[in-house]
Design a protein around this ligand. Sequence first.
Ligand SMILES: Nc1ncnc2c1ncn2[C@@H]1O[C@H](COP(=O)(O)OP(=O)(O)O)[C@@H](O)[C@H]1O
Ligand SMILES: [Mg+2]
Length: 412
Amino acid sequence: MSSTPSGEREKVVSKLPPSLQQELKVRTAQHRVDIQHAVEEGISAWRALGSNLPAVETAGARSFATWLPSGQWDSFRNDCGDRGVSLVQGLAQSVALWLDTHPAPGVQRPAVVRRVVVCNQKGGVGKTAVTAGLGQAFAEDSERLHPSGVSKHFAHARKDAPPGESPLAEHLPGLGLRVLLVDFDPQGHLTKQLGHDLLALDGDSLTKHMAGESKGKLANLVVTVEDERFGERLHLLPSCTDAFLLDVKLSGVRARESGLERALAPLEADYDVILIDCPPSLGLSMDAAAYYGRRRDGERPGNSGILVVVQAEDSSADAYGLLTTQIDDLRSDMHLDLDYLGIVVNHYDARRGYIATSSLESWMAIRDPRVIGLVGDLKEQKEAVRVKQPLLAYAPQCSQAVALRALAREIA
Ligand SMILES: Nc1ncnc2c1ncn2[C@@H]1O[C@H](COP(=O)(O)OP(=O)(O)O)[C@@H](O)[C@H]1O
Ligand SMILES: [Mg+2]
């Protein structure tokens, strides 16, 4: 036993079964409390009990160290003696008691299904990569810890820390949300990179539902993106090549802008988050997607909206101007409350020097919408695409995964 410099807490070394250690780690992260405080509370509660608890299995207990208020451990040791249980058994019971009285908090679900419209009419900026990764981050298991950035992450990266390394990553529980990824691009990159096939041209599709030519339920087209970390929560509505004809097909349809909303409405009750991976164009499909992301009656501002993905280089600034002009026009022509969720700067590579850093600074200077994510240029993304696996399953620890989790938390 040794004392902290301040003398307030002392270091205690004992033993605890690995399963209890692991549960304690996850549960304290879920409640955002320190392990030492949880153990302190558990011991206090145990000491206050009037009778003995049933024995906890302590076989295989491993070394466990924590910091407790001075004196608590000595009193606890005496209590254990009085109750005729070993110190290891007493500690295991105390931790088990804290776990029992602090059940895992339920998943925080948005009151209104969150619609995230990921767009930029410029191709290759990373819309599909960000849509996929963000969806995965929203769906990750809430009973496990995953390295996640915090929002300060990119403020630092601006100066010295390369975003490839994430000095501020902390291990946090997954968000555990039910997610639908909508591949709204006829090229079908999102569908293919998650290992699924495009829908058959002569079958049912989102385009047909939007055009009023549906052949069945849209839900029947949805597939699950499999990985244990997503449970059964991550779904995909695959693309169909007929989406190339969307503008033509919709030309005769009334209220075309609301076509996407009408088509997706029957699915909404099954999801917490719906992400739309937009095509690289400013046509009717962009209008329909933007309309879908508008703020609904009673919806919290910033719950849903537009997420613009840009590249950390000067040439994407022009495309950004065109996009925001279209969005502003839509807002005023149709009197929409359309929020920007923010800008994600992708493909950032500080080693490119002044061009990268100065353009990042100009994106940061926009302020409204503000930059809410910075994703480095990394080989893991390309590798995951090649092996057709979700990035967060293929390389869960890579700094891009960390950045995408941070982005999900920024939006959630
Ligand atoms: N941060 C990144 N690091 C490395 N490669 C990336 C990154 N983001 C996207 N890519 C790759 O760049 C290409 C274009 O990205 P994609 O997401 O398809 O862009 P968009 O949907 O805007 O056309 C893809 O090959 C993708 O794997
Ligand atoms: Mg794309």
